[in-house]
Design a protein around this ligand. Sequence first.
Ligand SMILES: [Zn+2]
Length: 289
Amino acid sequence: MIIGTIVMAVLAVLILITHQVRLASIKDLKQKHDYLSESDVKMKMRSIWLFAGAALFLLNTVYKPTMEIHYVWFIVRLFITFCISTLIVYISYLMYKYSYPARLDKKLKELRFKPRISSSGNKMRLLSEEEEDVHLDEGMQAEEDVFSVDYDVWVDEQTGEIKIEKYAGRLEANKCNTCGFYTMKLKHEEIIEPATAVREGELIQHWVCSYCGAKRTKPVRIAKLEEGQEFKLPANLKFKDGRQIEAVKVQIHLSDGTTKEFEFQNAEQASKFLDTYQDEIDQDNALYK
Ligand SMILES: [Zn+2]
């Protein structure tokens, strides 16, 4: 038990150290961002599993004289310590699922928007959504138009050096097998068997690539769905003293109690996003009706 405790605890600490060292060794801000968003929670949870294992081993060394009375006490101890370890893992899991993402998101934003340094050592400037289009090819623009991928374009205004970084967008689009861009969107769905309040149905999805026009069909089961609401931004946004809009934040509260948040640089982009989002809701409702 003691050996088990030590091995588990050492491994738990080693994982945390490896994680920090790896993070510190990545100099490129974009790579740091990607590593953090990909591995931070994974590595920390792994360490917590091992820590819970260490606790399990350690707690199974207590009350030794009682264990010698009857083997039943050994089983009782095993059961209780198992519950404690499970609780450690479960509470950590809840923490990483509900409270940690906001903190991680803040760190990720800092990494994403910290000014980049060009190869000649100058501070680069992040272009706005309106300015960046000339630097993106048609496929990239198509991906941005369906909100599946977000491109950040940095420019060194002295040398004209350009750096393009790719981030996950706010909505899902599938990768097109023909052109390779994330522009495969659901165009319409054909109901083969309608779903009722109690039974699942079946439909055929027709996917079209908004960039190269490739088509694909896919059979899907229909689940029972709730009716949604309409999402729209006021047509004329006016602010005190003619202030300019710096960012538009859209918060969508879903009927299952969860909230989704999206940020945009201007009202026009946010409105377009809401239309796209509305289309997806309408498709869901069409299935329901
Ligand atoms: Zn395509």
